[in-house]
Ligand binder design. Sequence first.
Ligand SMILES: [Zn+2]
Length: 66
Amino acid sequence: MKTSLDKKPARLLTAADLCDRCSARAAVETALLQGGSLLWCAHHFGFFEDGLNAVGATILVDERRR
Ligand SMILES: [Zn+2]
């Protein structure tokens, strides 16, 4: 598990990075205030975005494309 909150430059998500909700390929990675990070596909990030904002989550990587 990668749970550290290093201040690294944004990395690229790969096919090995999967949404924590549905195991689709992740498009967004967010860091949580309490530590750790979560991966989201575009669908689930959109679904949970308001809630993530409400708890102060930070977007580390955003590879959503239209
Ligand atoms: Zn998903």
